[in-house]
Design a protein around this ligand. Sequence first.
Ligand code: AHR
Length: 542
Amino acid sequence: MQTSRRAFLASAAATAVALRGAKLLTAQTSAEASITVLADEPIATIAPEVQGHFIEQLGGVVYDGVWVGKNSKIPNVTGIRKDFIDTLRAVNAPVLRWPGGCFADSYDWRDGIGPKRPQRTAFWKQEDANQYGTHEFMHTCRAIGCEPYLAADLRSLPARDFYQWVEYCNAPAGIGNDLAAQRSANGDKEPFNVKYWGVGNESWGCGGDQTPEEYAGEYRRFANWLPTYPQVQTSLVACGPNGDDIDWSRRLAAGLRGHLPWGLSTHYYTSGDPAKFAAGEAIDFTLPQFYDLLARASIMDRVITDAWSAFGENDKNHHTKLVIDEWGAWYGDSTRLAPKYNLSQQITLRDALHSGITFDIFHRHADKIGMANVAQSINCLHSLMLAQDDKFVRTPVFHVFRLYMAHQGGTSLRTEVVAPSIQNTIAQTSPVGGASTVGSTAAQKTLSGLSASASRKGNTLTLSVTNPHHDRPLTTTISFPGLGMRSASAEVLTHTDIHAHNTFAEPNNVTRKPATVAAIANSTLTHTFPAASITTISFSIA
Ligand code: AHR
């Protein structure tokens, strides 16, 4: 069994190389690709938190996207947009990060509690009346049923304010703590029990333009003697690299002098400035730009392995997990929802394929990643939702979160893929292949012809597959050596146009549909993945 599988893989690989870019047919079967799920090679449990979320006081994200106010005609739950809550419940959102992003490093949490809320000029010269603060955020998380994750201001507030925010959130009622009494007077007697705390944000940039050594010193000051409470285990997240900045990870780990955080925040955006990086605009892009963006999404793999090994030089037992705090595609302004909605953009099928490729990478590195938060969940870069006043739509990225939901908490299984790869013609001619990041500018010249990941939970095996070929369905042999498979059901997200997206007027242009799966014989199945599609197949293990 093993020998014939390896023989098949070797021959398919050779064929793929020989006929790359041309029409491809294998000798014995009509399959052009193969996926082999290795049930006896578990990687690790996929932390549900890899499907995490992020909202920031930025553009139309919080004000309008999340917070509409209690007196709004827009359906809301204590002022929070109901559609936002329902959508994050629909994807079983495990965690929500707030208030930033760069905004976090100029935010005083005291502005957002109690009846008197000062108006401030916040991030990107936006006026912020502070109607949405700590309590409103906690109510949002409670309504969704997810863990709150707060990012503390390290650039403009002293460590004492951080300690006191922790006290305000986590000190139990009735122990005589003044901040717990204030929280209670402001409407929430019971502690919020916030587990995840970010210590600064992008400290190499908007968070103070610091060197790794400077930040390491700040981190030690902020993290030392933090108040802790028995009912909640505090997990701190330190500011990690900008993309593939190995130097930052290495020097930070050394500078922390053993004060290892629970998580290392890593940001990787796929595109940056479109003028520089040629990714095209959100809905206006060429075919080479389509493939270039997806190829650069694949750089996430390198970002993860590089941060892991560079930080690991001073964390040999890998106490610290990676937190991919911000990820997604970042385009220009051409599809901005309205002038004040900074960084809002349309989301197409291309971004859905990007999401499938990204989640597969997270699953391959399930042993390394503790959390990942899409940037950002609504009215922003790689959003699941767009909202403006009473108009609301779910994007193709929402559907990918739905397709991957079944992987939460599953055991990631090593999955071998053989498929005809795709040339990234932009990277072939330009040395720039990165994003708004430091080290990841080395071009990714080819894109894997299929991306896949599998996980097992009890007797259910979930396989997700992204076919990035814009016009080429791929007939694929899927096998599970050593596993008896019973039945399968599948859902697929695809469209004939890679630019397809959902609008307020046409909300279901790109949506998931059931897919037919052929009978499984001898633990093997042949399935054709449509061009430009993301498919999840759910199997019962006999
Ligand atoms: O997500 C938008 C911005 O991108 C965040 O504020 C910042 O952390 C990053 O640079």
